[in-house]
Design a protein around this ligand. Structure first.
Ligand code: F6P
Length: 556
């Protein structure tokens, strides 16, 4: 299915809505959000700028927006053909133009009976066959029918993967650990740096360990190096080569390479090329999630994402949560020059959400050419960063409140604690109080100066200007279903922004150059004498020599 993107015939920054938004920004420049909350209209503002979708509640009233802003932003989305681009993605068109692929992650969480297609035909049947295989396998492992080489039950699950083959599953397993079983632990090995391996391997019993080698390509340097080291660890610890199949399974689109590594073909869980790495946790890349949490919880994760998909597909733009989040991001990125977006989940369970969103957002939209290859003349992906609250409050929130840079914040609040107990309830109450206090302080500003300090230098230090924007996403309980909806919300938000910026969110050419250069440098580190004059800039060459000599000393 060839994709003909409906790019605007006029440049984005020449569109009527864009120009109107510029004017409108200047119109409201002198206004303070707190005035919009004053008086009789305050509750109406919250009603006007909040909505429920897929079990999530978004309050976006603490933004520098009026009704007119929202109307103009929705107009911009229409002028940029966001609905048509969304429908093209749903229809399996090759929206990933540079790789000539569909981007059908929504098909992965659609229920039985859905009929998604790409150029090669139906994809939904394959999705459900793989899910059925994953379920059968997970159940065998979880109920002890799948045993290790020495007849022992599996107790340790290890996912070996990086980027999209790590961050999503790692984040979900961590967020939903309360749904796991005490007798099964999940571990993740990603980096080529051996620290994670060196710390994890001694905690594992090879006889009870199952490794999932997870790589779309099955050629990624980090994953393949780590997988080989773990393979050697099994062999060195009494598991014979003939029985390694009891301890290794693979997740990949490249079954041939996985079998060459030594994994039985029936233990390779495949997925389609049309699943992008950072959009893949819903596919067999989520096998570790299913093994750890059980098929039922994995199904709930998919159901939550599907509910958000349906909302995104059908809700009007002005009442569409991912569209609104995307457009608000554009408002600050392109009209207020906000360079970053801070993600502040008020629960440690979501501590891995910011790094997950870094890949999702920045690998998707960190682009500077449009679909047709011409340079963009506007800013694209913001820098994504953040830490769970309240920790962030005692670190960088100072800058959010009083720094010179505008940093929009997404607060994520969970109403019910994950852990039972009166003492924990008190913690949770304090946690939520902090979350709401921070967004209130950012909005309202104010002064902590005493009357004597007013007008003094100390009084100035103790002033908060406020008028700093934030969204608050409220989740009743951090269940698999709600987490699925939350992740899908961000996936679609990022898609909306890419559609407006006219960039392809589904490729990642920017990661390739470094990989190529690394292949040349590694042998030079092994033998610095192979360094050819002029092969590198002087700085890089001297670093290679420095490290190469240190490594040589270590070897000797
Ligand atoms: O280097 C970036 C990247 O290609 C990501 O896009 C991807 O998620 C990651 O590497 C891992 O790739 P693979 O799943 O093929 O090992």
């Amino acid at each position: 299915m060839s994709y003909k993107p409906s790019a605007p015939s006029v440049r984005l920054d020449q569109l009527a809505a864009w120009r109107a938004l510029l004017e409108h920004r200047d119109e409201i420049a002198g206004q303070h959000m707190r005035d919009w909350f004053a008086g009789a209209g305050a509750n109406a503002r919250v009603e006007q700028f909040s909505l429920h979708a897929a079990g999530l509640y978004l309050d976006y009233s603490k933004n520098r927006i009026t009704d007119k802003t929202r109307t103009l932003l929705a107009h911009l989305a229409r002028e940029c053909h966001v609905p048509a681009k969304r429908d093209a993605m749903w229809a399996g068109e090759h929206v990933n133009v540079t790789e000539d692929r569909a981007a059908l992650h929504v098909a992965l969480r659609a229920p039985q009976g859905a009929a998604f297609r790409d150029a090669a035909g139906d994809v939904s049947a394959g999705v459900h066959q793989t899910l059925a295989r994953m379920r059968a396998f997970s159940e065998r492992v979880r109920d002890g029918r799948w045993l290790g080489a020495t007849g022992k039950r599996i107790r340790h699950l290890v996912n070996v993967g990086i980027g999209g083959s790590d961050l999503g599953p790692r984040m979900v397993c961590d967020a939903l650990a309360v749904y796991g079983r005490a007798e099964l632990t999940a571990h993740f090995i990603a980096n080529i740096d051996p620290t994670e391996l060196a710390r994890t391997l001694p905690t594992l019993d090879p006889q009870t360990t199952l490794v999932v080698v997870c790589s779309k390509t099955f050629t990624t340097l980090e994953t393949m190096t780590n997988a080989r080291t773990i393979r050697a660890w099994f062999l060195a610890n009494g598991i014979p080569e003939s029985a390694l199949g009891k301890h290794f399974v693979a997740v990949s689109t490249n079954a041939d390479e996985a079998t060459r590594f030594g994994i039985d073909r029936e233990n390779v869980f495949e997925f389609g090329e049309w699943v992008g790495g950072r959009y893949s946790l819903w596919s067999s890349v989520g096998l570790i999630i299913m093994l750890y949490l059980g098929p039922q919880h994995f199904d709930a994760l998919l159901a939550g994402a599907h509910a958000m998909d349906e909302h995104f597909r059908t809700a009007p733009l002005e009442a569409n949560m991912p569209v609104l989040l995307g457009l608000l991001g554009i408002w600050y990125r392109n009209f207020f020059d906000a360079q970053t977006l801070s993600i502040a989940p008020y629960t440690d369970a979501l501590q891995k959400l910011p790094p997950y969103l870094q890949q999702l957002d920045m690998e998707s939209n960190g682009k500077s050419v449009q679909i047709d290859g011409t340079p963009v003349a506007w800013q694209t992906a913001p820098i994504i960063w953040g830490e769970p609250g309240t920790n962030g409050q005692h670190a960088y929130f100072q800058m959010l409140h009083q720094g010179t840079t505008l940093v929009p914040v997404d607060f994520i609040a969970v109403l019910e604690p994950q852990y039972e107990g009166a003492a924990y309830l008190e913690h949770h109450r304090k946690l939520l109080a902090n979350c709401f206090a921070q967004s209130e302080a950012l909005l309202q500003g104010g002064s902590m100066a005493t009357s004597e300090q007013a007008g003094s230098p100390l009084g100035a230090q103790r002033r908060f200007d406020g008028n700093r924007p934030s969204n608050t996403i409220v989740i009743d309980k951090l269940t698999p279903e709600r987490l699925g909806a939350l992740i899908a919300l961000y996936e679609h938000k990022i898609f909306v922004q890419a559609a407006v910026w006219d960039i392809n969110p589904f490729d990642q050419w920017g990661v390739e150059l470094g990989k190529t250069l690394c292949r040349a440098i590694e042998p030079e580190l092994l033998d610095p004498d192979t360094l050819r004059p002029g092969a590198h800039d002087a700085s890089t060459a001297s670093l290679i020599r420095l490290a190469g000599e240190a490594l040589r000393r270590r070897k000797g």
